[in-house]
Design a protein around this ligand. Structure first.
Ligand code: ZN
Ligand code: ZN
Length: 99
């Protein structure tokens, strides 16, 4: 069973960048810019859903019960202007020409 650092069962997962030492063990030819360490936490120690979708810094120690962490997460990549078919259409945005 995957648990939080406090020992409770983990219910939330997000990603952070590996430290230099971790990146050394991880890479094996993989693009280090793309590698990450999964972080698991219980509901008490979880990030907010908004923060949990972001990639956090290697130094991020995760949140406490205030649900805020102490790093500046990387912003999400710009959305594909053509639209991602795996995501529901944004109702605020008009359909592209041809629809
Ligand atoms: Zn916990
Ligand atoms: Zn963070």
């Amino acid at each position: 069973m995957i648990t939080c650092t406090c020992g409770e069962p983990a219910s939330v997962q997000w990603k952070r960048r590996p430290t230099l030492a971790e990146a050394d063990q991880l890479s094996h030819g993989a693009d280090p810019g793309d590698s990450y360490i999964p972080v698991y936490a219980c509901a008490d120690h979880a990030l907010t859903p908004d923060a949990a979708v972001l990639m956090h810094q290697a130094v991020c120690s995760g949140p406490g019960k205030t649900a805020a962490c102490d790093c500046t997460p990387e912003p999400l990549p710009e959305p594909d202007l053509e639209g991602d078919p795996s995501k529901p259409a944004d109702p605020e945005r008009p359909l592209p020409p041809g629809w």
